[in-house]
Design a protein around this ligand. Structure first.
Ligand code: FES
Length: 131
């Protein structure tokens, strides 16, 4: 099974390496473990809050469809290795992913209890979310 590494960021205290079933989206993999990532539209390519940078393994992902490209255009600081987490599916190769600042902000807006706890204690509550 491929491994997906979520890079440490301003809220995630360390790199998280997760085993992933091929064909799952990055968003599903992150949410199953409570890794912070925005998902305003619920994963249907209707926003850009699940914006990620794919640091390793970008070419192993399925190609972007027009819908995803159009949505990504609405994102902030879009780069050559940008994808939407809800549209990018794993294949058999390992990936490394960096969740964007835009996505972290959206995650806290969507999860006020987790934000409150984080602001009060500096600790991130990782609450798994199933699909
Ligand atoms: S969660 Fe809205 S586009 Fe991915």
């Amino acid at each position: 099974m491929p491994k997906v590494t979520f890079k440490k960021n301003r809220v995630l205290p360390k790199d998280y390496v997760l085993e992933a079933e091929p064909g799952k989206t990055i968003l599903e993999i992150a949410q199953a473990e409570g890794i912070p990532i925005g998902a305003n539209c619920g994963g249907v390519c209707g926003c850009s809050t699940c914006h990620i940078y794919v640091v390793k393994g970008f070419d192993s992902l399925d190609e972007m469809e027009d819908r995803e490209e159009d949505r990504l255009d609405l994102g902030f600081d879009v780069r050559l290795n940008s994808r939407l987490g809800c549209q990018a599916r794993t294949s058999s190769e390992d990936l490394m992913v960096d969740v964007t600042e835009e996505s972290l902000k959206a995650f806290f807006d969507e999860n006020p209890k987790i934000r409150k706890h984080y602001e009060a204690t500096g600790e991130l509550l990782m609450v798994p979310h199933s699909h």
